[in-house]
Design a protein around this ligand. Structure first.
Ligand code: HMG
Ligand code: MG
Length: 312
């Protein structure tokens, strides 16, 4: 174990989309913008800033176009948005984005609940959007949800995952992110799925997207690194969830991921203390404590220090 650790990995921040989509408290556009800019200040170079889905399905992110147009970010920060169909694609393109992130599920029941389509219909829709987007010179990522387990069907077979990934490779997406939508996977399963995918897609084009419902996300990242993956999705403060996946909790917290990677000597380009500032802002905006362990520990330590100063 740990013979071939990479020098560097890419952390793909999904908090402003995967995190906020699940929050019932309305967040103002200007506050979303401030949060995304704080994340970028911490050194994140890949940020999924919103989605262009039906506002009836995800009301919190109905202001996607306004968010994108209000952002002021360094030139080396790449932003993107989640897109389910051509309508969403046209809106994302009009907003000026150069990358879109498609999504579909490996399991039928989640596919139906999340986008009202069968898996086969979803692949057809993804192809339709991909054809247009590739023609326009867009960069294309696609999430595969329920890779390890489905909230409605239980365990998902590796052959179902392979079929979807094969379809996406044929469509020509640049990057595929494998989602543990309900945070049920363990490191052995991660290895087994990745072993099955070897040869089908270059691992440089593969990302892993773990929710941390059962506390296995960091262990799963290590399994992914061991198998050769170097792109990991995570969310500020551990925000996140899918409103159409009951039981799903937050994503792996970006701070927890970065803390572990830096400790292992793997560079991310991210400054942890600036990330904690961004996490503190997220807590303030949402009016609640976020689940990320590193963030909670750091903020608790600061609160103690403040109390001490106040007492003197
Ligand atoms: P539908 O109701 O079957 O769609 O929804 P429709 O084509 O019949 O359209 C219904 C209405 O929505 C129409 O408006 C359309 O114009 C409108 P109406 O005539 O009723 O006024 N509409 C749109 N409006 C804005 N933007 C659009 C759009 N498309 C249609 N793009 C649909 C199908 C896919 C639209 C819907 O199911 C949907 O938006 N689903 C998205 C759900 C979602 O965002 N889920 C969370 C993200 S996935 C996730 O979190 C997992 C991930 O993190 C990875 C992991 O963890 O595994 C990515
Ligand atoms: Mg997710």
């Amino acid at each position: 174990m740990f013979d071939n650790l990479p020098n560097e990995v890419t952390v793909f921040e999904v908090g402003p989309r995967d995190g906020l989509q699940n929050e019932s408290k309305h967040i103002e556009t200007a506050d979303k913008v401030a949060l995304i800019e704080a994340v970028a200040r911490a050194g994140l170079k890949q940020i999924e800033v919103t989605s262009f889905v039906s506002p009836k399905w995800i009301p919190q992110l109905a202001d996607g176009a306004q968010v994108v147009s209000a952002l002021t970010l360094p030139a080396d920060v790449s932003i993107s948005a989640l897109v389910p169909n051509l309508k969403g694609y046209e809106a994302a393109k009009a907003s000026g984005l150069k990358q879109i992130n498609l999504f579909l599920s490996a399991s039928e029941a989640h596919s139906k609940k999340n986008i009202n389509k069968s898996v086969a219909e979803a692949i057809n829709t993804m192809k339709e959007v991909a054809d247009a987007a590739l023609q326009d010179g867009m960069r294309l990522r696609c999430y595969v949800s329920t890779v390890f387990a489905c909230p409605y069907e239980g365990p998902v077979s590796i052959s179902a995952v392979l079929k979807v990934v094969e379809g996406l490779v044929a469509i020509g997406v640049h990057e595929i992110s494998l989602g543990d939508t309900i945070g049920a996977a363990n490191p052995l399963q991660v290895k087994q799925v990745l072993d099955a995918l070897r040869g089908l897609i270059s691992f440089e084009r593969l990302a892993l997207h773990f929710h941390d419902t059962r506390g296995t996300a960091l262990a799963n990242v290590v399994a992914g690194i061991e198998s050769g993956v170097t792109i990991f999705d995570s969310s500020l403060g551990g925000l996140g969830g899918c409103p159409y996946a009951p039981g799903a909790s937050g994503n792996l917290a970006t701070e927890d991921l970065v803390y572990m990677l830096h400790g292992m000597g793997i560079r991310t380009g991210i400054d942890l203390s600036s990330l904690v500032e961004a996490g503190a802002l997220a807590q303030k905006l949402l009016g609640k404590e976020l689940p990320g362990r590193y963030l909670r520990a750091e903020l608790a330590a600061r609160a103690k220090a403040c109390a001490k100063v106040g007492a003197e």
